[in-house]
Unconditional design. Structure first.
Length: 80
């Protein structure tokens, strides 16, 4: 059970709506982390821009990004 409730009710904030719509279009669902970040839309925007910057920098290849995701999931006790 999550310690922080996810935002699932009707979305009013345009930043949150844009992110949710984008994730639905791309992945078919909204990430749980996005539902948490939705409590603070400006932080959500900053997080997304940081992630985009890392992805577009080309400094991390896909294999390294996958290894990082697996390690973080392991540290957090989550299946990947």
């Amino acid at each position: 059970m999550a310690r922080i409730p996810e935002v699932t009710e009707k979305i009013i904030d345009p930043i949150v709506k844009e992110v949710f719509d984008s994730q639905l279009k791309t992945h078919g669902f909204v990430f749980n982390t996005a539902k948490i970040y939705a409590h603070r839309p400006t932080i959500m925007r900053g997080h997304n821009l940081l992630s985009q910057g890392v992805d577009e920098s080309g400094l991390l290849n896909d294999e390294l990004k996958a290894l990082v995701c697996i390690q973080v999931a392991s540290i957090n006790g989550c299946p990947f």
